[in-house]
Design a binder for this molecule. Structure first.
Ligand SMILES: Nc1ncnc2c1ncn2[C@@H]1O[C@H](COP(=O)(O)OP(=O)(O)OP(=O)(O)O)[C@@H](O)[C@H]1O
Ligand SMILES: [Mg+2]
Length: 392
């Protein structure tokens, strides 16, 4: 089953919310292609509809989309290989085509491949090229900027986020309190994808818990830092890479674990996993023996250690980093256990059965808890009752 943010990805232009300006500019670019600026960069924060808009605009015009990924831009021959079907002439059945270079700020190899390949592709292309970026103004993209019109995509306003969330709730036929929807909309910081994800988890918890999954601005920092460590040449300065990231090393391990296989492969990946495992051992010692000075080693393995696992070279190309699924799962799990524990406490004080035993025999006990009479006697909160009725 698709998650909600995928299931509700707009399929038509009118469904793309809050980006009227960008839509108009992009339509003009495609209508007037080729013009002086031969490509565009959709530039804006995460979750504002950049990738979606590129696909939707193609779909409305029945254009095919050719999406370039990390390895395609490594050198000329891999790029040509990928674009062969696009560049081949098929005059009889010619349909429109769009080339999509998603997340170009993931390119890091400045001298070889990467930006240079993309720029020369733009110079030669007979088809419109849409790039997307979170930070089109970074210095490494300056050769690309010269060839591109930059179209800014705005953060989605809280009011618009709320509108989208309420439409989804209606379609899913589930209720989440207006207060929670409000809070999600404000906390999203204009990132509609994360707002939809938070809404989905809130609906699954079936309660009015405060959504504190993690602050949105932390994510941009960690994405930048991962790009730095995974893709730039390993240097000693990397030892302080995490100083600016407002996140614990425990969380950073999860982010690295989730994303490292997207960038590293073969022996590099094996080495990186080895260092992750070593960092995890220090983490264990820190917890069990309270050896705080081991934090230095854990930090070094996760920063310089991971960077150095790829050798001393830079790594060009686009990589789509993502948030670790495990954080959300662990959070959901903890929520679940928190409820179970609070119910067990009440059950234990009413029956004098030990809490451990209650938790061990939960499968039987949860059936007893289904009785409204028992629920009343234990003075269960609405949320606890809801939890039991959902089958725990
Ligand atoms: N403007 C929008 N209108 C409607 N839905 C949106 C919009 N922006 C984002 N979404 C929702 O968020 C999801 C992610 O959007 P999308 O992948 O286009 O973001 P993006 O801007 O490309 O983000 P990133 O920078 O992380 O790649 C979509 O599937 C959709 O559900
Ligand atoms: Mg995108």
């Amino acid at each position: 089953m698709k998650n909600w943010s995928e299931a509700y990805r707009p399929k038509a232009l009118f469904e793309v919310i809050g980006q009227e300006n960008a839509i108009e500019k992009l339509e003009n670019y495609i209508k007037n292609f080729p013009s002086k600026k031969k490509a565009v960069i959709l530039n804006g924060p995460p979750g504002t509809g950049k990738t979606t808009l590129a696909h939707v605009i193609a779909r409305e015009r029945e254009y095919e989309v050719y999406e370039l990924n990390a390895s395609d831009l490594r050198n000329k021959s891999s790029l040509n290989e990928k674009l062969k079907p696009v560049l081949e002439q098929k005059p009889l059945f010619e349909s429109g085509k769009i080339i999509l270079a998603d997340e170009v700020d993931g390119i890091s190899g400045v001298d070889r491949g990467g930006v240079t390949e993309l720029v020369s592709l733009i110079e030669d292309s007979e088809y419109p090229i849409i790039c997307t970026a979170n930070d089109a103004w970074s210095s490494k993209l300056s050769p690309l900027r010269k060839k591109c019109e930059i179209i800014e995509m705005k953060e989605i306003s809280p009011a618009d986020v709320k509108k989208v969330l309420n439409i989804i709730l209606k379609k899913e036929k589930v209720a989440v309190s207006a207060d929670v929807v409000n809070r999600i909309a404000i906390k999203s910081n204009g990132d509609l994808r994360s707002a939809i994800n938070d809404l989905e988890s809130a609906s699954k918890l079936g309660s009015s818990e405060v959504i504190e999954i993690d602050a949105r601005n932390k994510q941009t920092d960690i994405f930048k830092t991962m790009r730095y460590i995974f893709q730039d040449k390993a240097t000693e300065e990397m030892l302080s890479a995490f100083d600016q990231v407002d996140m614990s090393l425990d969380d950073i391990i999860l982010w690295i674990e989730e994303n490292i296989p997207k960038v590293y492969s073969g022996a590099d990946l094996a080495r990186a996993y080895q260092r992750l495992a070593e960092a995890d051992i220090f983490k264990g010692r820190i917890y069990h023996q309270q050896y705080w000075r081991f934090l230095v080693y854990e930090n070094a393995l996760l920063s310089y250690g991971i960077a150095e696992a790829k050798g001393k070279k830079e790594k060009g190309g686009f990589y789509k980093y993502s948030k670790p699924e495990r954080i959300l799962k662990m959070w959901l799990n903890n929520q679940k256990h928190a409820k179970r524990k609070s119910i067990a406490e009440k059950f234990s004080s009413a029956t004098h059965v030990g809490q451990k035993r209650i938790l061990r025999e939960w499968n039987e006990i949860k059936n007893i808890l289904k009785s409204p009479l028992v629920q009343k006697q234990l003075k269960l909160e609405n949320e606890e009752v809801e939890y039991i009725l959902k089958g725990c």
